[in-house]
Design a protein around this ligand. Structure first.
Ligand code: SF4
Ligand code: SF4
Ligand code: SF4
Length: 274
């Protein structure tokens, strides 16, 4: 009896294991689906394109460790260490578990000059060469973590109220965000000073998003693919010599379809079959 109980237990365990494996499979597929469906993540400086990043990152956490432990990570008011910018994704974050990301409203990227989070990456998921400038130096200004976007209807500067909190918070003051002067046609005697983000210099650090005064930020960083859209190769800038060259070198692709031998009258006079 003992033996058959053992056998029954073994079978029950086996069935449980198979059940758990199947459940695990279902959970995993649901989980990977949710990962694919979460394109709004911001990655550390130098991160490869999201798909390549996910394939390369070995989830070691060294970048997040370097970020939180850097010497400059001290709160100037309290003299105490601050939380790090980079978090490692855990269950419920809808991201691939163990991969680094940041949320600007919680802790933005402070654009450290020596970028300690990048050289420690052992897998190349954070690509150091992409951050090297013409002088062969590591340069945080070359980072492109995302792009800040202003929602004009929520930004009070577009209402005519004076606000330049995002402009002042930007480490690339007057370069990544400029203030554009416009007359206020509603009052006729006042001016708007409107924050305008410039695509190329903006690194996506999120300091502007964290500084925004509205209840939910009227300026926010989106991943590049989402913030920038895509014009398509068939649009050509007539005034841009590089773009002209691109078209000159382009190879055409001819597609052929058989034309109908019928003319319009044949079609209009033919009976409709129901
Ligand atoms: S640049 Fe500095 S603040 Fe930004 S993620 Fe790297 S270590 Fe953290
Ligand atoms: S994200 Fe904001 S603060 Fe950072 S560089 Fe871009 S505009 Fe400046
Ligand atoms: S801080 Fe916010 S509300 Fe103020 S100008 Fe910038 S985006 Fe507009």
């Amino acid at each position: 009896m003992k033996h058959s109980n053992g056998r029954r237990n073994f079978m029950a365990t086996s069935v449980q294991s198979v059940g758990l494996a199947a459940l695990g499979g279902m959970l995993w597929s649901g989980y990977t689906d949710s990962v694919k469906a979460s394109p709004l993540v911001l990655r550390p400086p130098g991160a490869l394109k999201e798909e390549d990043f996910l394939a390369a990152c070995i989830k070691c956490g060294l970048c997040a460790e370097a970020c939180v432990n850097r010497e400059t990570n001290i709160d100037r008011d309290t003299g105490k260490p601050r939380p790090g910018t980079l978090q490692m994704a855990k269950g419920g974050d809808s991201l691939l578990i163990g991969t680094p990301f940041f949320v600007p409203t919680e802790v933005p990227c402070y654009m450290c000059e020596d970028i300690p989070c990048v050289p420690v990456c052992p897998s190349g998921a954070l690509d150091m060469p992409s951050l090297i400038n013409e002088k062969n130096e590591l340069d945080i200004n070359k980072a492109s973590m995302g792009l800040a976007v202003v929602h004009k209807e929520s930004c009070i500067a577009y209402w005519g109220i004076q606000c330049d909190a995002c402009y002042r918070a930007c480490p690339l003051l007057d370069v990544a965000i400029t203030l554009e002067y416009q007359k206020n046609p509603r009052t006729g005697k006042h001016a708007f000073l409107l924050p305008v983000v410039h695509d190329d210099p903006c690194t996506g650090c999120g300091l502007c998003e964290q500084a925004c005064v509205t209840e939910e930020p009227a300026i926010f960083v989106l991943p590049n693919d989402i913030a920038k859209g895509k014009t398509g190769d068939h649009y050509v800038k007539g005034w841009d010599s590089n773009d002209q060259k691109r078209v000159k070198d382009a190879t055409s692709k001819e597609t052929k379809t058989n034309l109908s031998k019928d003319d319009a009258d044949d079609y209009l006079n033919s009976e409709v079959a129901y």
